[in-house]
Design a protein around this ligand. Structure first.
Ligand code: HEC
Ligand code: HEC
Ligand code: HEC
Ligand code: HEC
Ligand code: HEC
Ligand code: HEC
Ligand code: HEC
Length: 395
């Protein structure tokens, strides 16, 4: 009798364990992108370290909803921007949230709430508010270089402006997904509606690695398996595929998307998503903002080496921001013997900082911003990815 109980008990245990294994997939969270996806929360269960860095890095933080009363850069003293003696916009905390409030001669004439932020704040934050199924950009952005508010890039400087729509295109580079509906308005022009409740903020694991549900289920069911299955292995991609995987968001703003790049997966050919850049907007004269791909492709390091990709210098999972010494070691891995004149050598720091001389910070031609009380627009500086020999002392 005892023996039978033990056997029955053991069988029950086996059945429970087996059924857990077989149902591994059913327990995983659903994802609005579809059956093949599962969401970052699943990935982080097994890839803990990467998950931790992700919650602090620029990709993960590049868009977020703003919870009530939680604005990173709210200051008690300087939350006002004056356009002139009559008009100003103030950042105000109210019971329902935080608002950008426009005043004319002391009278509040328009107020819109901070609903969402674009940018990790590395260089800037830009904000948006929802009106029905549309997103609009708020008149003031926050610029880290001046630690203060200024007029959002490209906005008029004479008066506050609240009606610039933010399309799904911004989200294609700054988020992981948004559900949209394209509606026909008059004649040929179209309009889009965005679903606020179906927006995945930040750039998540599956945005860069492709859908990973099958990978997660397999490894849950086969915990002994140490080689990755059902996920694209970056190392096996061709050089073009690697460049495309970053270029989907780092090839500038001028390209015309033929279909949504939310569906882009590593290994895909970017030419299937973007129309050829015949006008040469990005190609002939690429900007330091947003177009690292074309900048890099124009430099001799890229053209004369067969292996250089973004990953030669960047690993999206490590945080070495500002550590120019480590970046310089990546230069030295290809340039053990660089030839410098006596004059250059005399400037020193030659082995620890190749970057400031050969990848100087350059003002963007596309983005500038207007500070209060300044006659000229302020420059928005970015690293030039056109690695080269610049006039000495550019820095
Ligand atoms: C049940 C555990 C588990 C889950 C959940 C999981 N992985 Fe993995 N993953 C592994 C294992 C095991 C490997 C192989 C060992 C390694 O490379 O760490 C791996 C490897 C990888 C690799 C490396 C491939 C290469 O280049 O060698 C990537 C990328 C990856 N996983 C992404 C994801 C993503 C994205 C998710 C979420 C959709 C995810 N993983 C969820 C277990 C898991
Ligand atoms: C889905 C769009 C998208 C993809 C794909 C993407 N990036 Fe980015 N990347 C961005 C955006 C947006 C930012 C700006 C983030 C911020 O500060 O708000 C950014 C910022 C960065 C930065 C600066 C911040 C930092 O972490 O130091 C680097 C470097 C970078 N990306 C490299 C890469 C590389 C390399 C790849 C390819 C493996 C890649 N990115 C793929 C959109 C993308
Ligand atoms: C901006 C794009 C991007 C995002 C977002 C991203 N990854 Fe990666 N990941 C990469 C690239 C590119 C590589 C390949 C690095 C290499 O081979 O140099 C990689 C490598 C990996 C690897 C294997 C190698 C390693 O470094 O350990 C794992 C595992 C992984 N990623 C998991 C994740 C998980 C989990 C998330 C979300 C928390 C995530 N990734 C988010 C681009 C990204
Ligand atoms: C084609 C991809 C792409 C599109 C479209 C795009 N961005 Fe970006 N954006 C980037 C990249 C890449 C960066 C980071 C590096 C740089 O400036 O080159 C960036 C940087 C930013 C930053 C500064 C982030 C920081 O922390 O420094 C803000 C704010 C921003 N974008 C807002 C927007 C808004 C708002 C829109 C739509 C009107 C938009 N972007 C459209 C790719 C894009
Ligand atoms: C993958 C290898 C590789 C890496 C990494 C690399 N380079 Fe190069 N670089 C090259 C090659 C190849 C050339 C062309 C040499 C020639 O013309 O003989 C080159 C050329 C140059 C030149 C001459 C530019 C010109 O216009 O003639 C400079 C300066 C330079 N590299 C600096 C750097 C710096 C600084 C870094 C790091 C930020 C770096 N390189 C990273 C491969 C690389
Ligand atoms: C030869 C090395 C090298 C290569 C290759 C390279 N980068 Fe960079 N990148 C750098 C350095 C150095 C910085 C400055 C880092 C810092 O200040 O912390 C940088 C900064 C950035 C930034 C932040 C913008 C800024 O001005 O601060 C982005 C975005 C970026 N890289 C994207 C890319 C992408 C996308 C590729 C591939 C098309 C790429 N990088 C290839 C060296 C490189
Ligand atoms: C003080 C500025 C400065 C620093 C720092 C610097 N370079 Fe240069 N580099 C130059 C200038 C200027 C030239 C043109 C030759 C000359 O006048 O010395 C040059 C030329 C080069 C060349 C082309 C000549 C050749 O050897 O083929 C390469 C490659 C190069 N540098 C790589 C590097 C690397 C790698 C580092 C970091 C280890 C570095 N440089 C640090 C200013 C600098």
């Amino acid at each position: 009798m005892k023996r039978i109980l033990v056997i029955l008990g053991a069988m029950a245990a086996v059945i429970i364990i087996l059924s857990r294994c077989m149902n591994a997939g059913n327990d995983l969270p659903k994802d609005i992108r579809g059956e093949a996806y599962t969401g970052a929360a699943t990935c982080i269960k097994c890839h803990k370290e990467i998950g931790q860095s992700f919650t602090h890095n620029a990709h993960g933080l590049t868009s977020k909803p703003i919870a009530n009363q939680q604005l990173q850069v709210f200051k008690s003293d300087s939350n006002v921007f004056s356009y002139d003696a009559h008009q100003k916009v103030a950042i105000e905390k109210r019971a329902e949230g935080i608002f950008q409030v426009a005043y004319v001669d002391g009278k509040a004439v328009r107020a819109q709430k901070f609903d969402m932020v674009f940018g990790s704040g590395e260089k800037a934050y830009t904000y948006a508010y929802w009106k029905g199924k549309k997103l609009y950009e708020l008149p003031l952005s926050y610029f880290s270089a001046i630690r203060n508010w200024a007029i959002s890039p490209g906005f008029p400087k004479q008066a506050f402006y609240y009606d610039r729509p933010i399309g799904s295109r911004c989200l294609e580079c700054h988020a992981s997904y948004v559900e949209k509906k394209v509606t026909q308005t008059s004649g040929v022009s179209t309009d889009e509606e965005l679903e606020r409740g179906a927006l995945l903020y930040g750039i998540d694991c599956e945005r860069c690695h492709g859908p990973g549900r099958q990978h997660a289920v397999f490894h849950l069911e086969n915990p002994g398996e140490k080689t990755a299955k059902f996920i694209t292995i970056y190392k096996t991609l061709s050089r073009k595929q690697k460049m495309d995987a970053c270029g989907v968001c780092h090839s500038g703003n001028a390209l015309v998307a033929q279909k949504s790049v939310f569906g882009f997966q590593p290994g895909d050919n970017l030419d299937d998503y973007y129309a050829q850049d015949f006008a040469g907007f990005g190609g002939a004269d690429p900007d330091v903002h947003g177009n690292q791909t074309e900048m890099l492709k124009g430099s001799n390091c890229y053209r004369k080496s067969e292996t250089m990709t973004c990953q030669s210098c960047h690993n999206t999972h490590e945080n070495i921001k500002g550590n120019l010494k480590i970046y310089s070691q990546r230069c030295i891995s290809c340039h053990q013997h660089s030839q410098h004149s006596e004059a250059t050598l005399a400037k020193g720091a030659l082995s620890t900082n190749c970057i400031d001389c050969h990848m100087p910070k350059i003002a963007s031609k596309l983005i500038t911003f207007q500070q209060a009380g300044k006659a000229d627009l302020s420059a928005y500086l970015l690293r030039s990815h056109h690695i080269g020999i610049y006039p000495v002392n550019s820095k």
